[in-house]
Write a protein that binds this ligand. Structure first.
Ligand SMILES: [Zn+2]
Length: 291
């Protein structure tokens, strides 16, 4: 029997991955790859080919993981399995914050406090099997799945080669993915690979509230991150017409852009989500009567 093939084995692996609180920029994010590398190096394939499994530096004390399973020396076709292992912070867990990285405990606590939870959450919980915790869905379950596929690849289950890539810093500045691109090119040269497909195991999203469809996304989506600096003119609050309020300028910009479907790109019937403001703030440290 394999290490990560049954539901129980995968759930256990997922809980172990979630237990490492790899919030973007934290020390746990720096050490997370050690756990995955240690787990993968238990597989006899990587004991035979230790240089196929690597922890690669991003240049800022973080690392990304590459693990290549080659079917045979002359096989070129390679599928890349891509994931990220950083997670966003846990402030919004409120009083359950302490157990955000302990899925079994958090889940049983949620079930025992089911009456306090919002109705849609309650309905979900009553319907099926749920495992709560920061990173369970986005996206350590994807990494767990990829690790189980790597194990299958080691046993010769696939026709081509499989290359696992797991990166840090996806939730912030994509340092991991940007450092990985040249490495992928090197690996292709070193092992004579041809990349045919990239499978990303990120979660899927509903298109509208209550959407029950299951989606598989193909192609790629880029992102545009515009930034605006609204430079006002200072004045005392008692003389508002002598100044220009930068907060007001920013709010007009937001109103113009927010959920504006004119900014959606539609390709083959598929529309990108409209833009939405992710951060808006002024540069004042404290409240004052100055505009
Ligand atoms: Zn994600």
């Amino acid at each position: 029997m394999g290490k990560w093939q049954t539901k129980d084995q995968l759930t256990k692996l997922l809980c172990n991955l979630v237990r490492i609180p790899s919030i973007t920029g934290s020390q746990a994010e720096e050490i997370f790859p050690d756990f995955v590398v240690q787990q993968l190096s238990d597989l006899s394939y990587f004991q035979q080919y230790p240089n196929h499994l690597q922890k690669n530096p991003t240049g800022d004390d973080r690392f990304f993981i590459t693990a290549l399973v080659k079917k045979a020396p002359d096989v070129k076709n390679t599928v890349i399995l891509v994931s990220h292992f950083d997670v966003v912070d846990i402030k919004d867990y409120g009083r359950w914050k302490e157990d955000a990285f302990n899925p079994e405990k958090l889940t049983s606590m949620f079930y025992s406090h089911i009456d306090e939870l919002p109705v849609p959450v309650r309905q979900d919980m009553e319907q099926g099997n749920w495992l709560f915790g920061r990173g369970t869905m986005d996206m350590k379950c994807g990494l767990a799945l990829h690790m189980s596929m790597i194990e299958q690849a080691c046993e010769g289950k696939f026709d081509g080669n499989i290359l696992l890539l797991a990166v840090p810093d996806e939730e912030v500045n994509s340092v991991g993915m940007r450092a990985a691109v040249p490495k992928l090119l090197n690996i292709a040269k070193q092992f004579d690979l041809e990349y045919t497909t990239v499978l990303n195991s990120e979660p899927m999203f509903t298109r509208y509230p209550g959407d029950e469809s299951k989606y598989i996304y193909t192609g790629s989506v880029g992102k545009v991150l515009p930034g605006f600096l609204c430079y006002g003119k200072e004045s005392h609050v008692g003389e508002p017409f002598a100044g220009l309020n930068a907060n007001y300028m920013a709010s007009l910009l937001t109103a113009e852009i927010e959920l504006n479907t004119e900014f959606c790109e539609v390709i083959e019937g598929e529309a990108t989500p409209p833009p939405t403001n992710l951060i808006q703030r002024d540069l004042k440290d404290e409240y004052s009567t100055q505009i």
